[in-house]
Design a protein around this ligand. Structure first.
Ligand code: SAH
Length: 234
């Protein structure tokens, strides 16, 4: 069943009219037949059926879909900015894996030109939306503007930084897990973190965690850490 994020809450028997671009996509790209069931989402999810009236594409709400496909915690990924393809892969996987917010991080060893971030924002948000639609989430992750590590100031009741250079004594995520409701995970760039950056993050309340004995690429580390947190949180 196709999922479509909409711009307002609905009630049963409401008629939702799609805007022109979405109507065109449904009618001419997906060639959706009259009566096709769709899942409309605006925080809550609604089951509706497609109809064509006076050349417009509408959907009539038939039921509320009680399925809430979100994690049981707010999950914020603070991801050091990495090369284009890997960055876009992380966006897509973070959306699938239940992130509620993604914060692009500028650290000493990030090599990406964050100045052009806003030129690419629409493309990044499209990746997040499409991944959230495909995996039937009830919300789309929010993408923040790039921020310097020293300016990081995010609330969390579990704040983690994945640190590759920590000796094996470092905690594992599950050892710190107590079903916290606001979880923040920081992942470093291809070049890793500098020791003083870790010291700064610890002063901001971040706990160092190990993601295992192998040194993972940044994008692998994100997917791994988000998967562990998702499993613990579901
Ligand atoms: N270039 C560095 C590794 C950077 S890996 C080196 O070769 O040592 C990129 C990021 O992924 C790291 O900053 C860290 O946040 C995360 N990461 C990778 N492997 C990890 C591990 N085994 N434990 C914790 N974090 C890890």
């Amino acid at each position: 069943m196709q999922q479509i994020f909409i711009d307002k809450p609905l009630e049963i028997n409401d008629i939702y009219e799609f805007d022109e671009p979405k109507a065109h996509h449904l009618m001419h790209v997906l060639r959706m037949a009259k009566g096709t069931k769709v899942r409309l989402v605006h925080e809550r999810a609604y089951l509706a059926s497609i109809d064509y009236i006076d050349g417009k594409v509408i959907a009539k709400v038939e039921a509320v879909d009680a399925n809430d496909n979100e994690l049981h915690c707010n999950l914020i990924l603070v991801q050091a900015m990495i090369k284009k393809e890997k960055w876009e892969l992380v966006l897509q996987k973070a959306s699938e894996l239940g992130c509620t917010m993604i914060v692009p991080l500028i650290s000493k060893r990030t090599i990406i030109d964050d100045k052009r971030f806003n030129d690419k924002r629409a493309r990044y948000e499209k990746i997040l939306l499409e991944a959230a639609q495909q995996c039937k989430r009830n919300q789309v992750p929010q993408l923040m503007d790039p921020i310097n590590l020293k300016d990081l100031n995010i609330y969390g009741d579990l704040k983690l930084v994945a640190y590759e250079a920590f000796n094996q004594k470092a905690s594992k995520i599950h050892e710190l897990w107590q079903h916290q409701k606001n979880v923040v995970i920081v992942i470093g760039p291809e070049g890793g973190f500098e020791p003083q950056e870790i010291t700064m993050l610890q002063a901001k309340g971040y706990n160092c965690v190990s993601l295992g004995k192998r040194i993972l690429r940044s994008e692998t580390a994100s997917i791994y850490a988000l998967s562990v947190i998702g499993e613990l949180s579901e």
